[in-house]
Ligand binder design. Sequence first.
Ligand SMILES: [Zn+2]
Length: 433
Amino acid sequence: MLIKGGFVFDPANARAGRLDVRVAEGKIVAVGPELGVEAGEEVLDAAGLIVAPGFVDIHVHLRDPGFTHKETLASGSRAAAAGGFTTVVAMANTKPVMDRPELVREFYRRAAREAVVNVYTVGAVTRGLAGEELSDFAALKEAGVVGFSDDGNPIPTAALMRQALKEAGRLGLPVIAHEGDPSLVADTIVNEGDAAARLGLGGMPGAAEDIQVARDVLLAELTGAHLHIQHVSSARSVAIIREAKARGVRVTAEATPHHFTLTDEALLKWGADAKMNPPLRSAQDVAAVRQGLADGTLDAIATDHAPHAPEEKAAGLVQAPCGIIGLETAFGLTWTELVLTGVLTPAQAIAKLTCLPARIVGLPKGTLSPGGDADITLFDPNATWEVDPAEFYSQSRNTPFAGRKLTGRIVYTIVGGRLVYAGGKILAEEATA
Ligand SMILES: [Zn+2]
């Protein structure tokens, strides 16, 4: 296949320009100006489109196995493809929890059959996500996990986090941390602030997150291991990570589209569809997250795609589970909220969706380097659209972005050289992973 006439951004290779991309046998063969069409070659007209490496989301919940009324490998991977993501990393809070190598192997066997994008998983830091005893990291690595995370649950003690970092560091994999001291939560997981007060709730202060971020960067420094901090939501956490990076601590971090777009005011309009953990915070926190993305403190954009069934989200703000879906809105929000506003350049935004997250979990993805897998995303940077959850490939509908007008739309998603998504439709019905 020859992708012709597009504007290529390949931040990993510091390349940007009008270039063609040749793909053969699932690999990138060449990237260059005015490549001639070879005999029998299919041409994909990319005029007016931006050609980027396939997006990589290192934080998704596919809910499979165990919660397939929310999402499955099939539906979640189709949502990924529709959102321009060619590689996703699933979290371990499935049922059973991904804390044993045989479960990881079975997950990969199923993903190869059922998913239309590349799917990886982390292994649980602790057995059963119980926060007590480390799982067998070496055995999980052997089975193919790309990091360790108890996401959803913070690691309760410094001693356990130190042990996790030491063991993961020995194996060359990151500990991927959800930060938030649970002892500081009153009533439920919403930001402690004006919006919560108007709802008659106590909430959870940014300090709950900051305390654990501070603890864990100190432990990363102590152990020399790689700590990755998930979904940074508070201004102080951004500052702590910035300071740690300046000291040379091996810490990376991600931000979600909802944390760089919405404040806790969204709770008043969207109720439980704006409830997530960590919660939406103040305008000052949103500004700090944007600044952190702009100056490189926050390396990657990740969705924390967290599907829940409508009846679960209907349980009311206090009872409803945390999380929103994000795979199909992440790119439009990134382009609209960060690129068109001048917070990030196009190349910076694309790097935060491709090579930078791939590097965090050590995957050879997120580039258009010749010889690499032909995972490619093409988007129209000028197309405007309105978010309609009824059109989502995700099985769930829990989003506070319904009706939002966005600029920047995915047109083609190519996984391993195969066109998986085109013109609003999933094409592949067979696995590609
Ligand atoms: Zn989390």
